[in-house]
Design a protein around this ligand. Structure first.
Ligand SMILES: *Cc1c(COP(=O)(O)O)cnc(C)c1O
Length: 320
């Protein structure tokens, strides 16, 4: 193709994307970002191959930046400094796959429990990992039905239990209560268990709720996955997964020719998305994020009023 045709085609595509970006509504994807400062990085090979905490001899990576992003989320999710590990993923689904992978490596005989409101990708991940699993009923608000969970657990209580919990379901933003899960574990005297949180949607938002829900490391979880392109916003899907270091240490062989460890799902990893997240988080800071959450809640109230005002049936969850 000659250059003129290439330029024309790109302009067409850019115009189409701009128009579509302007008019989409109702998807949990922020679009109020500008990452043009990072454009020079697009002309470089960047590859965060392997474990972010083990520098590769390749050295064309942004692992230092990636670690800062992980530290930011560790602090936000009250994770103990020296015993937490994580990496920047290609999105929430990968982080969920990773959490289930770690759970299975810890408890190969485990059974996974998750509610019927769980994201569609989880069923596929369970199939990929070949882990036995049981779907638990949801309450009307989308939260797990704890009574159904208890009844189901009763007949499997001698088997390790892997809880796959929702911290914001896709449709109703429902939150499964980690403290209630712990209470049930205790009541059933379940010895071996693992708790993973799918916080793709609310991982960055819930820490700023007035009444903070129980869902983080301090509340006793083993791993958590969050999407980066949703609340923060990014032109490339991305996310974060965090876990207790012990779980990670069960997996991961050494890769001799790049001197790092294969502790992640993919081999070569995106080195550009850590820059996107780092940039957004540094620009906003904790104060900016808190304000962003508050403004989003106000905007949702406003939108609900306007939409109902024109006679369209609409609803929103009541946040505390
Ligand atoms: C979006 C979403 C996912 C999947 O995350 P991706 O970033 O699209 O891979 C998983 N669970 C929930 C609840 C989600 O909202």
């Amino acid at each position: 193709m000659n250059n003129e045709i290439i330029t024309q085609r790109l302009e067409q595509e850019l115009d189409r994307l701009k128009e579509k970006n302007n008019i989409y509504l109702g998807y949990p994807l922020a679009k109020d970002f500008r990452y043009s400062d990072l454009a020079p990085f697009l002309n470089l090979q960047i590859n965060n191959v392997g474990d972010p905490y083990i520098p590769s001899s390749l050295a064309i990576d942004t692992k230092e930046i990636e670690k800062e992003v992980i530290t930011f989320f560790s602090n936000l999710l009250r994770a103990p400094k020296d015993s937490t590990w994580g990496y920047v993923t290609n999105g929430g689904s990968e982080g969920n796959l990773y959490g289930l992978y770690l759970a299975r490596e810890s408890f190969p005989q485990g059974m996974v429990y998750y509610s019927e409101s769980t994201h569609y990708s989880v069923k596929k991940n369970l199939h990929l990992l070949n882990i036995p699993n049981i779907v638990i009923r949801s309450q009307e608000n989308g939260e797990m039905d704890y009574e159904d969970l208890e009844n189901t657990l009763f007949s499997h209580r001698h088997q390790p239990a892997i809880f796959f919990l929702n911290i914001g379901t896709t449709m109703k933003e429902a939150i499964d209560d980690v403290l209630k899960i712990h209470w049930i574990i205790k009541k059933m005297a379940i010895k071996d268990y693992y708790i993973h949180c799918d916080a793709a949607l609310l991982g960055i938002i819930a820490p700023f709720h007035n009444v903070r829900p129980a869902f983080d490391f301090k509340d006793g979880i083993d791993s958590i996955s969050i999407s980066g392109h949703k609340f923060i916003g990014a032109p490339i899907p991305c996310g974060i997964v965090l876990c207790k270091k012990d779980h990670k240490e069960r997996i991961g062989r050494a890769i001799s020719y790049v001197d790092t460890k294969d502790t992640t799902i993919t081999g070569s990893r995106n080195g550009f998305t850590p820059l996107l997240l780092w940039y957004a988080l540094k620009k906003m800071g904790i104060t900016g994020l808190r304000k962003r959450v508050q403004e989003s809640i106000e905007l949702a109230d406003y939108a609900l009023g306007k939409i109902q005002g024109i006679g369209v049936k609409a609803w929103k969850i009541q946040m505390q």
